[in-house]
Design a protein. Structure first.
Length: 128
């Protein structure tokens, strides 16, 4: 269980670092994501929507790793599942290109780690 906590925690830290990077320099991060920033509204959207997704995912994953409570991973699993669904929808509607492969694989691997944490870091239910 310790190894699982370390892996989930590392994923959480990476997600938090990515969120911080987007908050500090949204234009540079947008270029790596293949996005264009259109003024202050574009910067605000990157900071709120994209960095917010990474911050929520990372914060909850780190919390789950520290407390050894996988229940906190349900939110990140739902968020990344929705993101992956959007990527797969894009494959159907716009077609496949190789530059889409890396983010899909990262999300699949992240979902596998978070799913393992969701199952393996469960606190026993306490009947009252």
């Amino acid at each position: 269980m310790l190894a699982l906590r370390v892996v989930v925690g590392a994923l959480g830290l990476l997600a938090l670092m990515l969120a911080a990077r987007i908050w500090v320099d949204p234009a540079a991060a947008a270029a790596q994501f293949g996005l264009l920033v259109n003024g202050e509204l574009g910067q605000a959207s990157l900071r709120a929507d994209i960095a917010g997704l990474f911050a929520a995912t990372g914060g909850l994953a780190l919390f789950a790793a520290i407390t050894a409570d996988g229940r906190a991973l349900l939110g990140p699993v739902c968020l990344l599942g929705a993101a992956l669904a959007g990527r797969l929808l894009n494959l159907v509607l716009a077609g496949f290109t190789f530059d889409q492969l890396t983010p899909i694989l990262v999300e699949v691997l992240s979902l596998a780690i978070l799913g393992a944490g969701l199952r393996g870091l469960r606190k026993p239910d306490i009947a009252v």
